[in-house]
Design a protein around this ligand. Structure first.
Ligand SMILES: Nc1nc2c(ncn2[C@@H]2O[C@H](COP(=O)(O)OP(=O)(O)O)[C@@H](O)[C@H]2O)c(=O)[nH]1
Ligand SMILES: [Mg+2]
Length: 266
């Protein structure tokens, strides 16, 4: 399988290089086939320059720069239009995620799972420097999501997850502009009953730069996404499942992809 990593990066000049090199080292050691797409949102620091240097050093690394309006969700959506792999891993640029966990995700996709949801809150996981208030809210929100969507996954709000590209194509196109894309991606896979593996992962709070997640401004956005997903699950799940089954029976071929991109070019 070819694995596509989408790395949203905004003002990460001191973190990006370490993030990408640690990841590519691990992938090379495991002889994995990969591509990395860094999505920069007009960072005000040297993120673009650092990304350009990485693309010069490794042809499998690419960088895309977005125009305003910026946003975490928009960056991921842009990244997803660029991927060519069979599986996609959303990976952070601030060295919060562990390359070893990314490899474990890839292995689970190879085993046949549709999605891999890492959890920072199961036996075997490890969390360092998580701000206590944020952690409290995280646990509350995730518990509520578990109860509302009746699922065993307890870290749906973390972006670092893996999906088969076909799953992303069926669940998308995504709409969320900001961090609410985390639950749009995870819940839309849950609602469609995809085969999901939950595994313990490590997470480290950033040691350089500042978090872009503001809980005060994100609440209404998470709620909007949650309600959309809930409405779909309650009212039109049969329609969603019909599309999943159709996609499974008629997976898009390379010829279809080429025809679609030609149509878009015209
Ligand atoms: N391209 C892009 N990346 C973003 C944006 N906001 C956050 N990121 C990246 O998304 C990742 C997670 O953001 P972060 O601020 O660390 O969130 P936290 O870990 O929840 O505090 C980091 O790699 C950021 O650089 C954005 O607006 N655009
Ligand atoms: Mg972070």
């Amino acid at each position: 399988m070819l694995f596509s990593f989408v790395i949203p990066a905004y003002n990460e000049e001191k973190n990006l290089r370490g993030t990408v090199l640690e990841l590519t080292d691990a992938l090379k050691k495991e002889s994995m086939d990969y591509e990395i797409i860094i999505v920069d949102d007009a960072s005000e620091d040297e993120t673009r320059g650092v990304g350009d240097a990485l693309t010069d050093e490794d042809a499998r690394v690419r960088i895309v720069s977005r125009m305003a309006p910026s946003g975490f969700g928009r960056a991921i959506r842009t990244g997803l239009t660029e991927i060519t792999g069979d599986g996609v891993i959303i990976y952070m640029a601030d060295q919060s995620d562990e390359p070893r966990d990314a490899i474990a995700y890839c292995r689970k996709l190879e085993e046949g799972y549709d999605c891999v949801f890492g959890s920072r809150f199961v036996r075997g996981s490890r969390v360092e420097r998580y701000p206590p208030v944020k952690r409290f809210i995280n646990r509350l929100v995730n518990r509520m999501l578990q109860l509302v969507f009746l699922c065993p996954y307890n870290d749906l709000t973390n972006a670092f997850k893996a999906y088969r590209t076909s799953v992303v194509r069926v669940c998308g196109p995504y709409r969320a502009s900001h961090f609410n894309i985390t639950i749009e991606m995870s819940l839309s896979a849950v609602v469609r009953n995809y085969r999901i593996a939950q595994i313990p992962i490590a997470w480290y709070g950033r040691t350089w730069g500042s978090s872009k997640l503001s809980l005060r401004t994100m609440g209404r956005r998470y709620l909007s996404t949650l309600l959309q997903q809930l409405a779909q699950r309650m009212l039109v799940k049969d329609d969603l499942m019909a599309e999943c089954h159709a996609a499974e029976q008629n997976p898009p071929t390379a010829v279809d992809d080429e025809a679609a991109s030609e149509r878009m070019d015209q």
